[in-house]
Design a protein around this ligand. Structure first.
Ligand SMILES: [Fe+2]
Length: 291
């Protein structure tokens, strides 16, 4: 029997969790019909009301205090013990109202990203990264609201960039009234490196913490920063990065097309692919991990 998201409905404006990714695709899609890339596309006007409401809640509630509280709650990694495939099956129990005949399951989405990376001849660590990169979305199954699981991530404790989607909603953040948090570097120092910077809480940071012992560094950057569009796509927050971050963000950018565009309509055959992926998982991960 499918498990329903536990957070109150008022916290769940998106009809499906994947609607956020659909909105990203619309925001960053190459203009059709040969229109010039510079042509202004107003994502504000095009965004669905549910997506706007989602960002309004996200920007209002993702404060520095909230992020620190979630880290205290989750980073002891004492919620569950399970293997990677088991976590994929657990995520698959996140059933919203999508149509099972036409919409892909979460496992199918993960396999599609991995298969697209594999088809392009990338190394095995890159393929496994594609497979697992969204497993942190199990936060939903621990009762977290959508705005604390998905959505573009951004640094907290320093000034919000205009390059973050719907920046006007930051006016509702309690942190907006804290002068110390509203300088360019805020509580951080120039060039301190992203590892010292708290990003808004969600599936990226959570999964990074779960798998950080087991994957090469480029994979960890991909996982930890794949939703940080303001940095990897809009090039904001450079003043908080160090030279190593800049080097590693090449990998984050290399990963992004697979995250955005690999979700084709074609249904992957889970039974056939499971053999290959179980072997791949065993190459990198212990049988059981702490979540
Ligand atoms: Fe993601």
């Amino acid at each position: 029997m499918s498990q329903k998201v536990q957070a109150p409905a008022i916290d769940q404006p998106l009809e499906h969790l994947d609607d956020w990714e659909e909105s990203l695709k619309a925001r960053y899609a190459a203009p059709a019909n040969g229109k010039a890339k510079e042509e202004f596309r107003d994502y504000r006007a095009e965004a669905r009301p549910s997506v706007k409401e989602f960002y309004r809640l996200n920007h209002k509630h993702q404060t520095l205090d909230f992020v620190l509280a979630k880290k205290r709650e989750y980073l002891p990694l004492n919620k569950r013990r399970m293997g990677i495939w088991e976590a994929m099956e657990f995520l698959n129990t996140l059933v919203d109202d999508s149509d099972p005949d036409t919409d892909l399951s979460q496992i199918e989405h993960l396999l599609q990203a991995a298969e697209a990376i594999r088809a392009d001849g990338h190394p095995r660590w890159f393929i496994v990264t594609g497979l697992i990169h969204d497993l942190g979305k199990i936060l939903c199954l621990f009762g977290e609201p959508q705005w604390a699981v998905v959505g573009d991530t951004f640094p907290v404790g320093c000034a919000f960039s205009e390059k973050v989607v719907f920046p006007e909603f930051f006016a509702d953040s309690p942190d907006y009234q804290v002068a110390r948090y509203q300088t360019p570097c805020g509580i951080y120092s120039k060039g301190c490196g992203l590892d010292r910077v708290h990003l808004s809480w969600g599936h990226d940071e959570y999964l990074y913490q779960v798998v950080k012992e087991y994957l090469p560094e480029p994979a960890l950057y991909m996982i930890r920063y794949h939703s940080f569009y303001a940095a990897h796509t809009e090039r904001a927050y450079d003043h908080l990065m160090d030279s190593h971050d800049r080097e590693m963000f090449r990998w984050v950018r290399a990963f992004n097309p697979y995250d955005l565009y690999s979700k084709a309509a074609k249904r992957p055959d889970v039974t056939v692919l499971k053999l290959f992926y179980e072997e791949l998982i065993a190459e990198f991960f212990p049988t059981v991990l702490d979540w």
